[in-house]
Design a protein around this ligand. Structure first.
Ligand SMILES: Cc1ncc(COP(=O)(O)O)c(C=O)c1O
Length: 497
């Protein structure tokens, strides 16, 4: 975003975009076919609004001001704005001008599993069940570039069960640059990290096989491991520090005879904990000594929020480990692209396991991810700034409205893992619904039950929405404390991310 030609309010979001800036964003309209000029302008504007280059809520220049910079008549610009209004991309209110917006998804904002069901006092629901952000700016452009490249793929069958070579190269190069030397043929591109974990289960998880998992952990992997027949062995993270307890982990491995483990060392979901270098070496020593093969989930690894130097990959200490990653958290969940890095010598086993689940990720989305990786640093800077603002707004509000909740501020990731002053997370999730907040209660993250004294609060929504959450949660918690809640429905909710 060109900060010279936009003004910013204190939260950092651009609120105004100048006519010259709009003209440069839409580019030369002569390149856009021979549709009428108003329709070419409307198309171009729709694109830059849809992909976030003019963020939602930005005030657009008046129709009159735009005529000069785009070189079109007032009537033409007026028709373009009218078309955008009709399509839901521009909202015009008397006295406050025209504002860019993105229309609602037809049929609802999200899938039925995610759509929240109750409204708050102001008629809005804040869905805090999902650690995921909207798409980054420039996504539509990346699709356009992918579309331009698509013809070169059309002669082939379109089946790439291990992934597009160009993307596998990029992913391998990132591992290598982070200290885990990787060849492209060790990388399998999957439909997201969860699919990568499911692929890893094939060779690693036998019926009734004990598999070590952190407690708490990411619930959908618990379901995937159980679906593969695993018997879960919980390794509780330290109650106070939310850190890995290496002697405890060693004891759990010894007692259970586990030969596989699933770990999230980088901004763990739900706690946000980051395993430091020393712990990585120690955890690896324990696992290697006991012959445990680790599945290491790096889905959140690129979401450090303090500009800190990241520890090297845990997989660099564990030659037998499988490392999975994802475009979902740092790019966009809608791409459905993730990956698995197999150890040399076991690539074929994992490639065969994958074929039992599906036959590859879509070509278009793999091309899109390849293009987005060209701008990865820029996108990450944007993602991190958004998350940092969200985290800080939520933490500030909690310390004001719920000072007796214990909150450890994570150095990265997408959620706070809050200790409640007394158990009541399930009741809180029920109560929060009538205050317009949808929550996932602590027990959802507990592979061995319990954890009703904890609640996960994602901070991936925009900061201005999150700022209102603690007050609603305080009202809900008050309902819990005063016994005004009939527990019941909260457990029915499924978690996606
Ligand atoms: C630790 C972890 N692994 C995997 C996933 C799922 O990722 P994907 O969308 O790539 O399947 C998530 C999503 O929240 C996650 O937090």
């Amino acid at each position: 975003m060109d900060t010279q030609s936009t003004s910013h309010h204190p939260g950092g979001m651009p609120r105004l975009v100048t006519a010259t800036r709009v003209a440069s964003l839409v580019g030369p309209l002569v390149d856009r076919g021979d549709a009428p000029a108003y329709s070419r302008l409307a198309d171009a504007l729709r694109q830059v609004i849809a992909d976030g280059r003019i963020p939602q809520g930005t005030r657009l220049p008046s129709e009159r001001d735009l005529t000069g910079p785009v070189g079109l008549s007032r009537t033409t610009v007026t028709r373009a704005y009218a078309e955008l209004r009709e399509q839901g991309y521009v909202l015009t209110r008397r006295g406050s001008g025209s504002v860019a917006r993105v229309p609602d998804v037809p049929g609802g904002r999200v899938d039925h599993l995610l759509a929240p069901s109750s409204l708050g006092d102001d008629g809005r629901v804040l869905d805090l069940t999902c650690t995921a952000q909207g798409a980054p700016s420039g996504l539509v452009e990346a699709y356009q570039r992918a579309l331009e490249q698509l013809p070169t793929y059309l002669q082939g069958t379109g089946y790439y069960p291990s992934g597009l070579p160009a993307l596998r190269e990029r992913i391998a190069a990132r591992f290598t640059a982070r200290g885990l030397p990787t060849d492209a043929d060790q990388v399998l591109v999957t439909a997201g990290a969860l699919a990568a974990v499911a692929t890893a289960c094939g060779p690693l998880v036998g019926r009734r096989a004990p598999v070590l998992v952190e407690s708490p952990t990411y619930p959908n992997v618990v379901a995937a491991l159980q679906g593969a027949g695993a018997r879960l062995v919980a390794h509780p993270l330290d109650h106070l520090t939310q850190d890995w307890d290496v002697p405890g982990l060693a004891a759990a491995v010894r007692a259970s005879g586990a030969r596989a483990a699933y770990l999230i060392p980088d901004f763990h979901n739900p706690t946000g904990a980051l395993m430091d270098d020393g712990q990585r070496a120690e955890v690896a020593r324990v696992l290697r000594g006991a012959g445990v093969v680790a599945v290491i989930d790096e889905s959140l690894v690129d979401l450090s929020l303090e500009g800190q130097e990241m520890p090297g990959p845990l997989g660099a200490h564990l030659p037998t480990a499988v490392t999975v990653g994802s475009a979902s958290k740092s790019l966009w969940g809608g791409l459905r692209v993730g990956w698995l890095r197999a150890p040399r010598g076991r690539v074929d086993e994992f490639a065969s396991s994958r074929l039992r689940l599906d036959l590859g990720a879509p070509v278009m989305e793999q091309l899109v991810v390849t293009h987005l990786l060209d701008r990865y640093d820029e996108i990450l800077a944007e993602r991190r700034a958004h998350l940092r603002e969200g985290r800080d707004a939520l933490v500030a509000g909690l310390s004001r409205h719920l000072p007796d909740w214990r909150v450890r501020v994570p150095a990265g990731g997408m959620a706070l893992w809050c200790a409640l002053p007394s158990p009541g997370s399930t009741a809180l999730a029920v109560a929060a619904r009538s205050h317009g907040v949808v929550l996932a209660a602590g027990p959802a993250f507990a592979p061995a039950g319990g954890m009703d004294g904890w609640v996960r609060l994602p901070y991936s929504l925009p900061a201005d929405q999150l700022a209102g959450v603690p007050e609603r949660l305080a009202a809900a918690w008050d309902d819990v404390v005063r016994g005004r809640v009939r527990p019941g429905l909260a457990g029915a909710r499924r978690i996606i991310a």
